[in-house]
Design a protein around this ligand. Structure first.
Ligand code: F6R
Length: 634
């Protein structure tokens, strides 16, 4: 987590850093800070200054007079607290004891305790509880050592010091470093945390993610693992982990997908919910064009070897992505006939099942940066590589919204969901994009394995092509309906979401959305499981939201809903109008579509209801407490 941004060039750094941080605030908002180096005109002396503030970026902005002169070199940080409370003393940048070196970091320095102890034994005093603070102290110690061995202060000495210190750090991190005695140098380093260099006009930038760069340049160079770069006003030097100079050409960011703009909506989350018809339309246009051959009915970027011989699938993911994976598993098993398991990525890494042959492993992560998912995929690739038998070889696919992310550098097959950048911390349109990706995969496998007749495949294709239109009507209708319903939840403390079969993961997703942004306790259950315990929670104060879509479990779900009603629950149905839905106290109506595609629609009322409940409670919907969009720590 955390976002870092840095610049060296010819214009004032502070306004640029603040704007870059604004675009990165989705990565954390516990505190923010920046440090700059300014060369005084009269004396030519360089001065490093630092400003930090607890809380959101606006607190830092109020401290920084952007009309003042801060210099042309600077680093900035927006924090999601890992080590140390969200207080100003723990805000980045962190400095060494002389105050001449400043560092921002995203990630975790795993060996910080032992490093700290050894520095403390040398008499270094620490002023924060963070893992990051060891870095400026280590760089300071290293600079002293280099000076003793004859190196002069300046950019190449700072580069050398950071390269040496990087060797001592364990963990996953990205850092940016400045030094008062090298006012023409910005040194950045990356190890398993994202960092992208930007080539601006008369300036070079660096940031955790591209939205921080697009206001200034579209020419970018994503750094690779272990690389360290020296940025000066004149150019960039890039080195690999062993210190060898690297040559790589930058690439161009295309399209508007990296531009972050709320348009006329009150919140990014609402805007992103409303963008879902477009997300589906684009996906259908790209992947479900008419006229593809029956044996390959979906346009996916894989050759036949990708599909051949897959006997089982395992899916690794976290949070909302895991819920999409659960719908995916249902489709891959029930429609395409492939045994499929879903794992919490954070659990899989330390308790993976015994290896099975001919297994496809799918990592689902909208950001492509979730540390738990990346680490689980890497662990799985390593243990398969160690096995040696070709039947056990690693076959991996990444499903992501950020094809330029770390995931893409780790996994050879990527399925880009193409939902456009999502800023609201609560995932909405990317969830829909992930679901659609799984429909594509299930269809592609089913057609190749003959696990479904061609008419069943054609029927599902046709239904999927109708999804954008259904969504267009649904988001408008449910925006109003949910707003009207939200007042009922003003004092609610617990909500239960019920679903079954393909809609069980949607009940989980509904509960997660509500928890995340409204801070109301919510649980998602498979409807048939309620009587085995959770029913004890139900009384007249507990709303029960029941997803009841016609299909194999329709009658069962209605019976389960009745059981809740008999215990005085306030029953809200997400179901088609007319079909025995009079049992519900309130209905969030859906069109009567096939059960297969129902999750693509049933999730919309869940998202909008959560949104309006949180809005009704006056909460900070796009930046809910304690959360961050990109979870780059384990
Ligand atoms: C929920 C949410 C999180 C993420 C989870 C995984 O709204 O956003 O639960 O789904 O942190 O993130 P990705 O998909 O980036 O791996």
């Amino acid at each position: 987590m955390c976002g870092i941004v840095a610049v060296i060039g010819s214009r004032e750094a502070a306004p640029l850093l603040l704007e870059g941080l604004r675009q990165l605030e989705y990565r954390g908002y516990d505190s923010a800070g920046l440090a700059t180096v300014r060369v005084l005109e009269d004396s030519g002396e360089a001065v490093l200054s630092c400003k930090r503030a607890k809380g959101k970026l606006k607190n830092l902005s109020e401290l920084v007079d952007t009309h003042g002169s801060f210099g042309h070199l600077g680093i900035g940080h927006t924090r999601w607290a890992t080590h140390g409370k969200p207080e100003e003393c723990n805000a980045h940048p962190h400095r060494d004891s002389s105050g001449k070196i400043a560092v921002v970091q995203n990630g975790i320095i795993e060996n910080h305790r032992s490093l700290r102890e050894s520095l403390e034994l040398e008499g270094i005093h620490f002023s924060s509880e963070t893992d990051t603070e060891v870095i400026p102290h280590l760089i300071s110690r290293e600079l002293l050592r280099l000076e003793i061995s004859g190196c002069k202060p300046g950019s190449s000495t700072l580069l050398k010091a950071v390269q040496n210190v990087s060797q001592q750090l364990k963990g996953a991190y990205a850092i940016a470093v400045i030094w008062e005695l090298a006012p023409d140098a910005l040194v950045v380093a990356r190890k398993q945390a994202p960092l992208v260099i930007g080539f601006g006009e008369g300036e070079f930038l660096c940031a955790s993610d591209t939205p921080a760069l697009v206001g200034f340049t579209r020419t970018i160079l994503p750094m690779e693992d272990g690389e360290v770069a020296l940025l000066t006003p004149l150019g960039i030097e890039l080195y690999d982990e062993r210190g060898y100079r690297q040559q790589r050409s930058p690439s161009l960011l295309s399209g508007a997908e990296h531009v972050v703009d709320k348009r006329h909506f009150r919140h990014f989350m609402l805007k992103e919910i409303h963008e879902q018809p477009e997300t589906a339309e684009l996906w259908v246009a790209r992947h479900l064009p008419e006229g593809l051959p029956a044996e390959s009915p979906v346009a996916l970027p894989f050759d036949e070897s990708f599909y051949a011989g897959v006997e089982q699938i395992q899916i690794l993911a976290c949070g909302t992505s895991r819920h999409a994976a659960m719908v995916g598993a249902y489709l891959l098993e029930q429609f395409a006939g492939i045994p499929t398991s879903v794992f919490y990525a954070s659990e899989f890494r330390y308790s993976a099942p015994p290896l099975a042959p001919n297994t496809l492993t799918i990592g689902v992560t909208q950001s492509g940066e979730t540390a738990d998912t990346l680490a689980a995929l890497a662990m799985e690739a390593n243990r398969r590589e160690a096995h040696g038998d070709p039947a056990f070889a690693s076959r991996q696919l990444g499903v992501t919204n950020r094809p330029e992310s770390s995931l893409s550098r780790q996994v050879s097959n990527i399925l880009d969901i193409g939902a456009g950048i999502e800023v609201g911390v609560a995932a909405t349109k990317t969830f829909l994009g992930q679901l659609l990706a799984f429909y594509g995969l299930a269809l592609a496998f089913a057609a190749r394995r003959n696990s479904r007749s061609s008419s069943e495949i054609l029927k599902l294709l046709k239904e999927l092509r109708s999804v954008p239109n259904h969504l267009r009507i649904l988001v408008q209708k449910h925006d109003q309906l949910s707003e009207a319903l939200a007042h009922r939840f003003a004092d609610t403390q617990d909500v239960i979401f019920l679903g079954r079969g393909i809609n069980y993961p949607i009940a989980l997703e509904g509960a997660l959305k509500l928890k995340e942004i409204s801070y109301i306790h919510a649980e998602g259950y498979p409807a048939g499981e309620m009587k085995h315990g959770p029913i004890a929670l139900i009384d007249s104060r507990v709303p029960v939201i029941s997803i009841a879509m016609p299909g194999v479990v329709f009658e069962k779900v209605l019976s389960n809903a009745q059981e809740a009603k008999a215990r005085d629950a306030q029953l809200i149905g997400v179901a088609p109008e007319g079909l025995e839905t009079e049992i519900f106290d309130a209905l969030m109506p859906l069109p009567e579509v096939s059960e297969w595609i129902s999750p693509l629609l049933s999730v919309v009322p869940m998202q909008l209801l959560s949104y309006h409940i949180a809005a009704h409670r006056g909460l900070d919907i796009d930046q809910p407490r304690n959360l961050a969009k990109s979870v780059t720590v384990e």
